[in-house]
Design a protein around this ligand. Sequence first.
Ligand SMILES: C[S@@+](CC[C@H](N)C(=O)[O-])C[C@H]1O[C@@H](n2cnc3c(N)ncnc32)[C@H](O)[C@@H]1O
Length: 310
Amino acid sequence: MAVSAASVMTPRGARYIKQLVSHMSHKVTTDLDDAGRGTITLEYGQCVLAPEARHLTMTATADTQENLERVQDVVARHLLRFATQEELEVVWLPLTELVHPAVADYTLQHSTPADAVLRDLAAETRTATGGSSGMQITADEGALLTMLVRLTGARRAVEVGVFTGYSSICIARGLPAGGRLLALDVSDEWTSIAARHWEKAGVSDRIELRLGPALDSLRALPATAEYDFAFIDADKESYPAYYEEILLRLRPGGVIVLDNVLQGGRVLDPVHQDPRHTAMRGLNDLVAADDRVDAVMLPLRDGVTVIRKR
Ligand SMILES: C[S@@+](CC[C@H](N)C(=O)[O-])C[C@H]1O[C@@H](n2cnc3c(N)ncnc32)[C@H](O)[C@@H]1O
């Protein structure tokens, strides 16, 4: 699904939403709730408009990028028509890029870059997995993982969600000689690409791959605090269970890193009730209030939370 959002500066957001919903209700399905939140459902997509004190937010969704642009266009044109007393600026941003793309690119350019091994892996992943290659972490996230492993002096690490092995290489590189990474995934196809690149990176001796549902693999481990570092980047609805199983096995001072905690911004808005979004929203709330840990959520890419066990 394609999603984008626009934040339009205006103190008259509630009035515009009302006008827009009333006008469009003659042609399409609309709704206006008690909080002044409007929903416009077109044949090819939907837009939710919410009034705030000094701005109005619009979230557009559609099944394709082309239809998303049609939704954006029709809503923005009508909105601008109603704003006769002020000049509004409507800038749509894809919700997968919550941080302004120029800032995201600048931070990427000013973090330790990927070396030739990681660049080759990223290139092969694009060719071999097509659209799925977007699952791979970026170079700045990889640099963060290596740094956290080194800073914590971790010797034993576990990773949930290997894919083609980018994050495994970044974690394994941070481990000292004799360190071990347990890498969990369900896909033989994707992890066979990983295994070749672990060889090239010279870290295959410290990584043990275990194939199968990660929850089963975690539950089969001894329930003792042996791990120093964990990275969770697999099926989102299972994150709460992965968190509990890993926390149980993490030594005090150990670190868990969660990827994709913002879900393209959908955790911010309860209108998104997909199990991935509700699970992540629930876990984010739980972690922030969990007195077993300290946590910092970073707006890096799709959101990364760094958690330290007390
Ligand atoms: C977002 S990708 C991981 C990306 C990887 N960390 C990287 O840096 O390239 C998610 C991975 O989780 C795996 N996965 C999905 N559900 C799983 C499950 N129940 N148990 C184990 N792995 C799972 C998928 O096969 C996929 O390889």
